[in-house]
Design a protein around this ligand. Structure first.
Ligand SMILES: [Zn+2]
Length: 254
């Protein structure tokens, strides 16, 4: 397999419920099937169980289904022998991607428990996307949705000519949510592309959300942690809300 030992970077081999390298460093598969290759020294990392639950509920109701479908189409149109999803979370997009051999990486064990349980099509692994236990020059297709872009590692693991797809919020993403939360809502700034662009697409859909979906969506956003109790209450009082989901999909070729 293409996973590498996080201690010595040798190839890992699957042996029963364990992945082991030539230097006998070994890592047990979790009951759900994911592998933990993150060498942490205690503490929790990645998204919490609470935010994973909110996101899972929201995604399972299909509000971002149009993005998932577009990513699936795109992944079918490029070489996809080996597909790698970075910051894969609970595997909502990973599961939809084409790939003969698929890998999903994330720091959140809570998210990967869910991913591994629901999607046997990919090997899910706990690791930092900035220090991937993964072979160099091995991936045909790499994706990152709503997460920092680990430029150096993406360049390292891609095959020559390999494709990287990033999804980031477009300027007007969730604007109606911000109109409720803030006196002066601002548009998102769109980041500069990290590599030369091959193609860029913007997709947008207005979501009709009930109260529970609005609150789950709010819990998925960075605003959740930076909003006052009073502003939070304004949102909690909404019965339903139409909110724009707007994504920038960028395609790069190594
Ligand atoms: Zn090793």
């Amino acid at each position: 397999m293409l996973l590498r030992c996080p201690v010595c970077r040798c190839e890992l081999q699957k042996s029963g419920r364990t992945a082991v390298c030539a230097n006998r460093h070994s890592f047990d598969y979790a009951r759900q099937g994911y592998l933990n290759l993150f060498l942490s020294h205690g503490g929790s990392h990645g998204d919490s169980a609470e935010s994973v639950r909110a996101r899972t509920r929201f995604l399972s109701r299909g509000h971002y289904g149009f993005l998932k479908d577009r990513l699936q189409e795109l992944s079918a149109s490029f070489a996809h022998q080996v597909t790698v999803d970075l910051a894969c979370g609970e595997g909502y997009y990973t599961a939809a991607l084409y790939g003969d051999e698929k890998y999903g990486f994330d720091l959140s064990r809570d998210a990967l428990k869910h991913a591994a349980k629901n999607d046997p099509s990919a090997q899910y692994t706990v690791a930092s996307i900035f220090d991937l236990p993964f072979a160099s020059g091995a991936a045909d297709l790499v994706t990152t949705c709503f997460a920092p872009i680990a430029k150096d590692e993406i360049m390292r693991i891609l095959k020559p000519g390999g494709i990287f797809i990033s999804v980031t919020p477009a300027a007007d993403h969730l604007f109606e949510l911000k109109q409720i939360l803030y006196e002066t809502p601002y548009l998102n700034t769109e980041d500069e592309p990290p590599f030369p662009l091959k193609e860029e697409q913007q997709i947008r859909e207005v979501m009709h959300l009930d109260h529970d979906a609005v609150m789950d969506l709010f819990a998925m956003t960075p605003y959740y942690y930076h909003t006052s109790e009073a502003d939070r209450r304004k949102l909690d009082e909404t019965d339903h809300l139409d909110i724009t989901a707007s994504f920038l999909i960028r395609i790069f070729q190594k």
